[in-house]
Design a binder for this molecule. Structure first.
Ligand code: ADP
Ligand code: MG
Length: 623
């Protein structure tokens, strides 16, 4: 038989490599920004159109390239950053594999313009699908500009696989942040569809983080610092009370490179142990410097995973450094998530000075004197017996009247909310003529399920999922009919978000208002809310909106679901009673009734079963 193995042509090899390096527009952004930094640029401009699908351009004022280098830069394995295999273990640059430009040029229309400072003219090269279209002399500023148009134009499957512009843009912004956060001394700007998204001036680390994540971030940060032979640790952790419901703000950088590390994340979480509410994620911005010889970056094409020689020591040091900082900034003792709200100082008393209790000493007091005499010595005897007796101050209760009235309105006790639809319409019970279940015999199992009897046997309802369905339908009705009822807040809530998050909230402002939100004002980073949907409680609102933002950014598929649907699903998830919550008999019954009053009681909005039934003969069979 003749030989059948052939070497792949370059353009095919490049396309295959591109599959690994370029997953989406954001991957191109990352590679181009990193190249600009490696070229020692001090000012970098990123321009994108349609979330990078039509254009990604990076302009830097770095070293630029000679004519020959400009041509060579698009060859695979062409790099100026390493020469020998040993260099792999002393990396000082972001790139080293020499395949980014070759990969990008294989799957897009690329124009490179570059000039070195000493040269009078620059070079312009056009490449489409690995084919050189033109190479010319050009007039251009010192540095390099690379524009990448029509990404994946020759791989329709990949192009179709791209998510909506909101999602792709989020990925691009994430990459932009990851690079900008390690280089505060470099100026960065970003434009999307001709409007400026970011303008980051050269500054220090803390200010860069605050500029990116919003003005309010500053007060949430606690610095961390430690230096040992193995690792030097620097950066900030977010105070526990500002922990988020989503993993949004968690960053590790090793030798100025953003990396993902579940292992180190565990170290951080361990340091926060006992300080966080369930399902809360602390923010962190942690910068580690280690000897380049002690890590291997070359284990993943996108270089976001690395291997440490001495993982265990780094884990231990990171954990203790964070614990130390949390303690030092006395973050720990002031926390008491489970405290009883009734023990809070009433508002009126907050700003008043504490008056020390007056001690009166009865100098005539004689413990050996008889009882009668003691009583006779009167009320200023100084004996603890009388002073311990609880007296109920009369004005005390009146202090609370204003507040408690409000409390009743905002309570999440859904049994107090009156619903119009109580008729049972579910098809499950269609052929049952009598009352479908015995509302008096519900039972809560493991704080998770509500068990009840139905004519055919037994009904088991998942409390969290059932409530998701209930809240979802209610919100859907409110939003589509624009009839959302609001509960007015006594004091408007002032919530802060990053500028992009606010921009995203504005896109769904109308729907939020229909669901019951009342916005007093929305500025670049501040949202003031004076009314919220009756289904939500005040304390949930921040988390609820964070969840909405998170879901909108990441979950919108290309078509199919509307933004409204995502919004309501997200709100329903946030608001629904969680597993672990004890429900009283009335609440259990109310939940079951309301579930079966829904138009689609069988499943949650994301199609998970809300209940199961067990027929009596199935039960019989088990005996
Ligand atoms: P790598 O970054 O791994 O070396 P790339 O394909 O990203 O590989 O780039 C190839 C080479 O092109 C780089 O090694 C560098 O010499 C040159 N290059 C790329 N981008 C720039 C830029 N913005 N400024 C100067 N040189 C660049
Ligand atoms: Mg590179």
């Amino acid at each position: 038989m003749s030989d059948i193995i052939q070497l792949l042509p370059d353009h095919v090899a490049n396309q295959i490599a591109a599959g690994e390096v370029v997953q989406r527009p954001a991957s191109v952004v990352k590679e181009l920004l990193e190249n600009a930094i490696d070229a020692k640029a001090t000012s970098i401009k990123l321009i994108v159109k349609e979330a990078g699908k039509t254009l990604i351009q990076v302009i830097d004022n770095g070293a630029g390239m000679s004519v020959t280098d400009a041509r060579l830069s698009f060859e695979r394995h062409a790099t100026s950053k390493i020469r020998t295999a040993d260099d792999l273990f002393q990396l000082e640059t972001k790139g080293f594999r020499g395949e980014a430009l070759a990969s990008i040029a294989a799957i897009a229309h690329v124009v490179l313009k570059t000039r070195q400072d000493a040269d009078e003219v620059g070079t312009e090269i056009k490449i489409e699908g690995s084919t050189l279209v033109s190479q010319e002399v050009c007039v251009t500023a010192t540095g390099t500009s690379i524009s990448v148009k029509n990404l994946f134009y020759n791989i329709p499957a990949r192009r179709n696989f791209l998510k909506s512009n909101t999602v792709e843009l989020r990925h691009i912004i994430d990459e932009f942040h990851r690079v900008a956060m390690v280089h505060p001394a470099i100026k960065f700007s970003m434009h999307h569809n001709d409007s400026e998204v970011f303008q980051l001036l050269d500054t220090n680390l803390r200010k860069r983080i605050v500029t990116i994540f919003g003005g309010k971030t500053n007060e949430k940060l606690v610095p961390i610092q430690e230096k040992t032979d193995v690792v030097s640790i620097e950066g900030f952790i977010g105070k526990p009370e500002f922990a988020k419901r989503t993993r949004g703000e968690q960053f590790f950088f090793v030798n100025d490179r953003f990396i993902k590390s579940p292992y180190l994340n565990h170290a951080v979480t361990a340091a926060f142990e006992g300080l966080l509410k369930d399902k809360a994620y602390p923010s962190y911005f942690i910068y580690l410097q280690v000897d380049p010889k002690s890590i291997d970056i070359n284990i993943h094409p996108t270089k976001t995973e690395i291997k440490f020689d001495d993982e265990h020591s780094i884990y231990a040091m990171l954990r203790s450094t964070i614990k130390h900082s949390l303690g030092q900034f006395s973050v720990a003792p002031v926390l008491d998530f489970n405290k009883d709200a009734s023990m809070d100082t009433p508002y009126d008393y907050k700003n008043k000075e504490a008056v020390p209790p007056k001690i009166t000493v009865d100098r005539n007091f004689n413990p050996f004197a008889d009882e009668a005499k003691q009583t006779a010595s009167g009320s200023n005897s100084g004996m603890p017996r009388t002073s311990f007796q609880k007296e109920k101050p009369k004005q005390w209760e009146s202090l609370y009247t204003g507040l408690s009235a409000n409390k009743e309105e905002t309570t999440n006790d859904f049994s107090s909310v009156i619903f119009e639809k109580t008729e049972i319409t579910s098809s499950l019970f269609e052929n049952e003529t009598q009352k479908v279940f015995d509302a008096n015999t519900t039972y809560q199992l493991r704080r998770k399920y509500i068990v009840s009897t139905i004519k055919s046997g037994m009904l088991i309802v998942h409390q969290n999922r059932a409530h998701q369905r209930i809240v979802y339908e209610e919100l859907l009705q409110n939003i589509t009919l624009a009839t959302g009822i609001s509960q007015q807040l006594l004091f408007p809530l002032q919530l802060s978000f990053s500028a992009q998050d606010v921009a995203l909230l504005i896109t769904v402002q109308e729907q939020l208002e229909h669901s019951g939100f009342i916005f007093d004002s929305i500025t670049e980073e501040q949202v003031s809310i004076s009314g919220i949907p009756t289904t939500a409680t005040e304390s949930e609102v921040q988390v609820l909106l964070e969840q909405v933002i998170y879901d909108l950014e990441r979950d919108i598929p290309n078509s199919g679901f509307s933004q409204t649907d995502i919004l309501i699903q997200s709100m329903a998830k946030s608001i629904a009673v969680k597993t672990g919550v004890i429900l009283g008999p009335e609440e259990q019954q109310d939940m079951v009734h309301r579930l079966f009053a829904c138009t689609e009681p069988n499943v949650t909005p994301d199609h998970k079963s809300t209940f199961v039934t067990l027929a009596i003969d199935e039960i019989d069979k088990k005996f």
